[in-house]
Design a protein around this ligand. Structure first.
Ligand SMILES: Nc1ncnc2c1ncn2[C@@H]1O[C@H](COP(=O)(O)OP(=O)(O)OP(=O)(O)O)[C@@H](O)[C@H]1O
Ligand SMILES: [Mg+2]
Length: 457
């Protein structure tokens, strides 16, 4: 990969010049300094990929510099160079963690090969570190649940597009699973072993977002004390997930367009573009088409992002998924407490009837909360929050107001609503209805309602 940063440390200026001309020709980004102290400063301030240092220098020598690098930046490979071959110094350097040992008279090809190997090692080490971190986030390996036609349509699309490198725009209300789907696409793609990097565009002020995305060069603003790679560079080879893309300012949108068109970025305060190799997945819970009409979102960026639209329907439009999701989250929550909990039929009915403005995330939270509240084995209606319990009554009222009903239908509706309100308590319900318990039984039978739900007290 071109553009990797190499630092050359040598008090002999002609050597620095010779090496930097040769390596720049190879496409590397080369910096030279003439003593160990300056080198350490550079190592602290910029993100380097390899250091090549002379051994014999005034002040701090190459071996000391190597020791300091191993302390501050252990994964950065250091190549030691010297005018004369001496087995003792070579072994010494390697023992102290140098990547390799080069004689200044070495052929260009040998020098290039050693550097290439050092860079490869550095990249692999970084990737390993990243992967280890990712493995810790077990979040990335979450199962995706759903059997409704609507969600199966989404899954099919995910499988089809994962292998391609196309840009994807995922839209859906908050909590519908946009990030989960983005990760599923990444882990099913050829980029699965490279990073999945996500950033929430709505969470950061413009300046910060810009420098997080594209990186910055030292001194480009107060506080920029060293070069910093942006997330686009960190995601190199992988997938970049731009969450809440509708929240970006027009200025950032211009820069994102550049990424999509030219496949390159310019760090804040920098001048030279850097090539990036990422697949872009964007997500939004806002209506981007409307934002385009209102000129809050650039049309050209919208069309570039919306190559493959993936729309995740809200949970209330795919109620078939609710029982499966409830069981799934019950299973997870029970795993934590050690005992497998079940849910009563009535509670499940209420959950299926509720409209879920916060979608799957809200469902997940409510099931988890119920598991904590209920110490026994079965989740009941009482373990659900009021908004869920009262929702079905509200809906029934609306239905009754909207439709013309026969007297029988009206009686049935009223009966059910009183039963729900009293939590199917026989005594309370009969008292409100002004009938005795056996008449209540008869009516329940007549309207085909379940007697098992009645409670004695
Ligand atoms: N189909 C599903 N199966 C299992 N879990 C799901 C499913 N959909 C969503 N979830 C879970 O619901 C929660 C919310 O999902 P996610 O964060 O992906 O939603 P989002 O659309 O990105 O939300 P927001 O817009 O608020 O960022 C997560 O814990 C996720 O694991
Ligand atoms: Mg999200």
């Amino acid at each position: 990969m071109a553009g990797e940063k190499i630092l050359i440390v040598d008090d002999e200026k002609s050597m620095c010049q010779y090496l930097s001309i040769m390596l720049r020709k190879e496409g590397y980004d080369v910096k030279t300094v003439h003593n160990g102290k300056k080198a350490l400063q550079e190592i602290k301030e910029s993100s380097l990929d390899v250091v090549i240092t002379d051994i014999r220098m005034e002040g701090m020598d190459g071996i000391e510099l190597l020791g300091a690098v191993k302390e501050t930046n252990p994964s950065l490979p250091v190549i030691i160079m010297t005018a004369y071959a001496s087995t003792k110094t070579a072994i010494d350097a390697l023992n102290r963690g140098a990547f390799h040992y080069l004689i200044k008279r070495a052929k260009n090809d040998e020098i290039k090969m050693v550097i290439r190997n050092a860079l490869d090692l550095h990249r692999v080490k970084n990737e390993n570190m990243f992967l280890k971190k990712q493995l810790k986030k077990k979040d990335d390996f979450k199962e995706i649940i759903g059997k409704s036609e609507e969600i199966q349509g989404v899954f099919n699309l995910v499988n089809k597009v994962a292998e391609t490198d196309s840009t994807i725009l995922i839209s859906g209300e908050s909590g519908t699973g946009k990030e989960l789907i983005a990760k599923a696409i990444h882990y099913r793609s050829g980029r699965a072993n490279a990073p999945f990097v996500s950033i929430n565009c709505g969470a950061l002020p413009e300046n910060l977002l810009e420098s997080e995305l594209f990186g910055h060069v030292k001194g480009s603003f107060t506080g920029a004390i060293r070069d910093k790679d942006g997330m686009f560079k960190v995601a190199s080879g992988g997938t970049f997930f731009l969450d809440e893309v509708g929240e970006t300012t027009l200025a950032i949108q211009v820069k994102l367009l550049r990424v999509l068109q030219e496949r390159e970025i310019i760090p804040v305060g920098g001048t030279a573009p850097i090539k990036v190799d990422v697949r872009l997945i964007a997500a939004t819970n806002a209506d981007l088409e409307k934002a385009v009409k209102e000129e809050r979102f650039r049309a050209d960026l919208y069309y570039r992002l919306n190559v493959i639209p993936v729309v995740i329907p809200p949970l209330r439009d795919r109620r078939d998924d609710i029982p499966l999701l409830v069981e799934h989250f019950l299973h997870i929550a029970s795993g934590r407490s050690g005992r497998r909990k079940t849910i009563s039929r009535e509670a499940m009915e209420l959950l299926t009837a509720y409209d879920w403005p916060g979608n799957v995330r809200e469902l997940e939270n409510i099931v988890e909360r119920a598991c904590i509240l209920q110490e026994g084995d079965e989740i009941n209606v009482e373990d659900l929050p009021d908004k869920v319990r009262h929702h079905s009554q509200e809906r029934r009222k609306v239905v009754m107001q909207e439709t013309q009903m026969t007297l029988d239908e009206l009686e049935k509706e009223y009966l059910v609503s009183v039963l729900e309100e009293t939590n199917w308590q026989k005594k309370k319900a009969s008292a409100i209805l002004g009938i005795n318990a056996s008449t209540l039984y008869r009516k329940i039978q007549r309207y085909g309602l379940s007697q098992d739900r009645l409670k004695d007290q």
